[in-house]
Design a protein around this ligand. Structure first.
Ligand SMILES: O=C(O)[C@H](O)[C@@H](O)[C@H](O)[C@H](O)COP(=O)(O)O
Length: 232
């Protein structure tokens, strides 16, 4: 599935568009299957999205919330993606699954444990209704970084090392097989520092190893990339 790139004026427009899509998909999934299974992301654009979603009518008891990646840190950390979502959204604790950093010895164990929780909640062929993602300046997505072994992981969840990105802690991340099984994948990409990689992505130029976003290709789902003007 080739991505649909949608240029929008600015980060606020990206967040508003993403919120409208989130609401529509949630409504449809709850009507059809009784629940909405979503993976949230980290970063600055999701923050705007979460602030909008917090003002909308959503039945969070029917929304299963996972995280497409996170740091091996407690949600209390300001660098935790789960922490950000928990601070901004009225999430239901019973249907929210932060990575279990506090009960794991290291990121590898945390990834294994997270996969176990995910399979227990979603069954042996996990399929997200919506996976939210961002893209880093180096073309990484979730915590799938250029040149790292996590790019070829065949498990549903794995761990990875970001290299020099702050803070320099290990990460837990969805793998391509899990992302690509989703019904819908939605990227939020903003900022001029992303422009060069977006151009390569649009041209489908390079390899997954050098430009990890190229590895996102849902088998039977939609792939939409919302871009602000600076990134597109
Ligand atoms: O930071 C994270 O939690 C994610 O690992 C990462 O993949 C992020 O989505 C991109 O780096 C884009 O982040 P921004 O949208 O903040 O630029």
């Amino acid at each position: 599935m080739q991505p649909t790139f949608l240029p929008l004026p600015d980060p606020n427009a990206v967040a508003s568009d993403a919120a409208a899509r989130f609401l529509a998909l949630a409504e449809a999934a709850i009507a059809e299957r009784g629940r909405f299974v979503v993976a949230l992301a980290g970063g600055s654009t999701p923050e705007r999205l979460y602030k909008i979603l917090a003002t909308r009518e959503l039945d969070w008891t029917k929304i299963l919330v996972f995280f497409s990646d996170d740091r091996f840190l407690s949600p209390a950390s300001r660098f935790s993606n789960a922490g950000l979502a928990l601070r901004l959204l009225p999430l239901n604790p019973k249907t929210t699954y932060p990575v279990p950093a506090e009960t794991s010895l290291d990121a590898a164990e945390c990834a294994t444990q997270y996969e176990r929780e995910l399979l227990a909640a979603l069954g042996s062929e996990p399929r997200f209704d919506l996976v939210l993602l961002g893209m880093g300046e180096d073309g990484h997505t979730a915590s799938l970084f250029p040149g790292k072994t996590a790019l070829s992981a065949t498990s549903w969840v794995t761990h990875s090392t970001p290299g020099v990105l702050p803070p320099p802690v290990d990460r837990i991340t969805f793998t391509f097989p899990l992302i690509n099984a989703a019904r819908n994948v939605l990227f939020l990409v903003t900022g001029a520092n992303k422009k060069a990689k977006v151009a390569l992505w649009k041209a489908n130029s390079g390899s997954v190893s050098t430009l990890p976003v190229l590895g996102v290709a849902p088998t039977d789902g939609t792939l939409t990339v919302l871009l602000d003007e600076a990134a597109s």
